[in-house]
Design a protein around this ligand. Structure first.
Ligand code: FES
Length: 75
């Protein structure tokens, strides 16, 4: 799905930018040009950024759970 029509930026590109370290809409503006023309996409880009960050955080937690042994009843 296109998030920024003016610059042909997709949701997938935003997810990829988050994986590469983008944390704010300004980062998306600088790296992808999101919101640099008409600006109508900024709120959608921000929501997409939040979803991508949440998804990435959940993925990290899932990986940590898989690699960190949990000892139950050791007390
Ligand atoms: S739709 Fe993104 S700047 Fe116009």
């Amino acid at each position: 799905m296109y998030v920024c029509v003016c610059n042909a930026v997709t949701e997938r590109q935003i997810h990829q930018a988050v994986k590469q370290g983008a944390k704010t809409v300004k980062h998306l503006k600088d790296s992808l040009g999101v919101g640099t023309e008409c600006g109508k996409c900024v709120s959608c880009a921000k929501a997409c950024l939040t979803m991508a960050r949440d998804s990435q955080d959940a993925s990290i937690v899932k990986k940590l759970i898989q690699i960190t042994p949990i000892q139950l009843g050791a007390a």
